[in-house]
Design a protein around this ligand. Structure first.
Ligand SMILES: C[S@@+](CC[C@H](N)C(=O)[O-])C[C@H]1O[C@@H](n2cnc3c(N)ncnc32)[C@H](O)[C@@H]1O
Length: 312
């Protein structure tokens, strides 16, 4: 094993044979429930599991709810409806997602998001109701399509360093080939814009970049702690979870094996770019695998950034 390499991580592992050529496994999400009553029951269980985390996202500063779903959820949170059934208010949106997901144009998205992560992205988008979304990591185009469905009127910019695998270009989405920092952005309305990173690129760097451009709402995929780095190809190190882990020592070498190959990464505090000081709050979305039995989600995490510090 080489001992001096600081990092040996492939950029992102979404390659391989064309997805349609791959056989579906039993837990891939091409299998689904058809019985309406049981689908409704599944939606209820999902809404109950996700409600605590999503209600924490909705608690946001000085910005009125901007979508009917956000309004009804906000009313429930504030106790205006006489009840406190946040999960009940969320359930119709989960059912809408189930219907939408059945109609997704890309029925295989191996290497990209599947049911569990897609549900989280859909609900976060519906609740925040941004007017502009920056996506980094288009891959085949599934998440851009989903964002388009969740936010029919939003401006959506989807970036990827390589659009060679892009198979579906959702209508009205702008696709940019290249890193997002080189893309031209509209003026960012901080609380009505969302930056969504699913590009296997250093979370701390992405959060610093997003803050510098004025974003307050960020969604990160693959927020794995150091002890789970083997779970994805090309993890976005240092992940936010690593940066906030008090047990990781400066200079500690992390070694893991994935599919027979050994990877090493040296954790250095300076690489976290003081991310803890940039964050107002963060919410890790729960793992609903035990409810859906689909492939596990990847630690999707909502981050609310502090406003950028003006240059001195
Ligand atoms: C996990 S896939 C994204 C999955 C996608 N969001 C979906 O719909 O399921 C990661 C993608 O990030 C892209 N990527 C890697 N580095 C990037 C960078 N610096 N900027 C933008 N995209 C990048 C890869 O080319 C790959 O297509």
């Amino acid at each position: 094993m080489p001992s001096d390499s600081r990092i040996q991580i492939t950029p992102a592992t979404c390659g391989g044979p064309p997805p349609e050529d791959r056989p579906a496994t039993a837990r891939e999400d091409r299998s689904d429930l058809q019985s309406p009553r049981l689908r409704a029951k599944l939606a209820r269980r999902l809404a109950q599991a996700l409600a605590p985390a999503l209600s924490a996202i909705l608690d946001r500063p000085a910005s009125p709810p901007t979508s009917p779903l956000a309004t009804s959820l906000a009313q429930v949170s504030a106790g205006c409806t006489g009840g406190n059934d946040f999960a009940g208010a969320l359930e119709p949106a989960v059912q809408e997602f189930q219907e939408l997901y059945d109609r997704r144009p890309l029925t295989t998205n191996k290497g990209g998001m599947q049911f569990n992560d897609s549900l989280c992205l859909y609900l976060v988008a519906r609740i925040l109701a941004p007017t502009f979304v920056l996506e980094s990591g288009s891959f085949q185009g599934h998440s851009a399509w989903l964002l388009r469905q969740a936010l029919p009127d939003a401006d959506i910019l989807s970036c990827d360093i390589d659009h060679g695998q892009l198979r579906h270009r959702a209508e009205g989405v702008t696709f940019h080939e290249g890193d997002w920092v080189g893309a031209s952005l509209p003026e960012i309305d901080p609380l009505r814009s969302l930056a969504w990173f699913d590009d296997h690129t250093d979370h701390c760097r992405r959060l610093a970049e997003a803050q510098a451009r004025g974003f307050r709402h960020v969604l990160l995929d693959d927020n794995f702690p150091a002890e789970n780095l083997y779970a994805t190809g090309g993890p976005p190190v240092p992940t936010l979870a690593m940066a906030l882990d008090p047990e990781l020592a400066d200079g500690e070498e992390l070694v893991w094996r994935r599919r027979g190959k050994v990877y090493r990464y040296r954790f250095e505090t300076k690489d976290t770019l003081d991310v803890a000081t940039r964050i107002e709050k963060f919410v890790v979305l729960p793992d609903v695998t035990a409810i859906t039995r689909y492939n596990p989600p990847s630690g999707m995490t909502y981050v609310r950034l502090k406003p950028p510090v003006p240059p001195t």
